[in-house]
Design a protein around this ligand. Structure first.
Ligand code: PNS
Length: 160
């Protein structure tokens, strides 16, 4: 039986840290569903369709990666997609409490779903979509922190 994991996030936009996690997740799972999910506490820069397109172009047609979006409960999506694992990346300490809370509520909502964490690669330990948007928005270079296509789209969004 195929081991399928759902890798959910806002991906606003996808970063090299996310890509690193996808690459490493594929060593453990046969298939990954990268899911653009709705985070009610975040305002987004890119539309869901734009985020999906950027992820698709960044994973470069890898046949073991599916990209999708969902605006409901994550555990419902996991169940519907015949997966039973949620994959999340863990960066510095600040992520821990939030991730712990999410893993526990998801487990409470569906006991068949497990959350698996991978430590983010050390190069990406302090990067996040938010900090990248802030830097890019203020004219800082984020080259090397995001895929080239995302770099270009950020330049366009901020009219450069
Ligand atoms: O990249 P993010 O913003 O940290 O990802 C958070 C996300 C989108 C995975 C989380 O907000 C989420 O799971 N949203 C879907 C709704 C849901 O199921 N929330 C958790 C249980 S209340």
């Amino acid at each position: 039986m195929k081991k399928i994991a759902v890798y959910p996030g806002s991906f606003d936009p996808i970063t090299n840290g996310h890509l690193d996690l996808i690459k490493r997740g594929l060593r453990i799972f046969d298939e990954l569903i990268v899911l653009v999910a709705f985070n009610p506490s975040k305002a987004s820069l890119f539309t869901v369709d734009e985020r999906i397109e950027l992820i698709k172009q960044s994973v470069n047609g890898n046949g073991r990666v599916r990209v999708d979006s969902f605006s409901g409960l994550l555990v419902d999506y996991v169940k519907e997609s015949n997966a039973n694992v949620i994959l999340r990346g863990l960066r510095a300490l600040s992520d821990f409490e939030y991730e712990f809370q999410m893993a526990l509520i998801n487990r409470r909502l569906n006991r068949d779903v497990e959350t698996v964490f991978l430590m983010t690669g050390y190069k990406w330990f302090y990067t996040s979509s938010n900090i990248i948007k802030e830097a890019a928005g203020l004219g800082g270079s984020v080259k090397g922190l995001v895929p080239d296509i995302v770099y270009q789209k950020l330049q366009e969004k901020y009219n450069r």
